[in-house]
Design a protein. Structure first.
Length: 191
């Protein structure tokens, strides 16, 4: 009887620990970013004008560049964690700050692009920009990825890191491709 109660209590505690581990304070914005870039690409005719063309072209190129830098940094850090079999719980504030700084550049470039679009895309971009900004400035209570949570010393499983890396990396890559596509459309319209 006592053994059964201990076993039941251990099982409940195990499930509670698993539930806690799965509720990391991560706000993944990669899907929202992908949707926004899809809308930018699909609706280029709604916001492009010859007068804004050169500035749009520069802004899209800068956003593509900064998002690529951020994506590559995330991939390199994630690969390094797996290559060196780094255990969760070890803080890496320098690399966490690098990611936050790079994402800060991305949202600055997003703002430049957003300011050149129409009201609908501007509103969508502003909401996304605010969401990212709030996470970046949450004083470690929220993170943009499991990788950031891992670098902050939280107990993130390698499975969650791998899933986060592959899914988010794919979405970021698609966003970059869409930014390039939109930039090409803008260039063609300027001729």
């Amino acid at each position: 009887m006592i053994f059964r109660r201990i076993l039941t209590l251990a099982t409940v505690l195990l499930f509670a620990a698993n539930s806690f581990a799965q509720t990391l304070p991560v706000v993944d914005v990669s899907m929202s970013l992908l949707n926004w870039t899809k809308h930018l690409d699909a609706d280029v005719d709604k916001y492009f004008t010859k007068e804004k063309g050169a500035e749009l072209s520069r802004s899209f190129e800068a956003l593509k560049r900064d998002l690529t830098t951020y994506m590559k940094t995330r991939k390199n850090l994630s690969d390094n964690i797996f290559r060196n079999n780094i255990a969760p719980g070890k803080k890496d504030p320098e690399n966490l700050e690098v990611l936050k700084t790079q994402m800060g550049e991305v949202i600055r470039q997003m703002r430049n692009v957003t300011d050149l679009t129409n009201n609908e895309l501007r509103a969508e971009g502003d909401r996304l920009n605010d969401k990212i900004f709030n996470v970046l400035n949450s004083e470690g209570t929220q993170f943009l990825s499991n990788l950031e949570a891992f670098l902050a010393g939280l107990d993130v499983s390698k499975r969650d890191l791998a899933l986060d890396a592959s899914v988010a990396y794919d979405r970021l890559q698609q966003s970059i491709s869409l930014l390039a596509s939109t930039g090409d459309k803008i260039s063609r319209k300027m001729k």
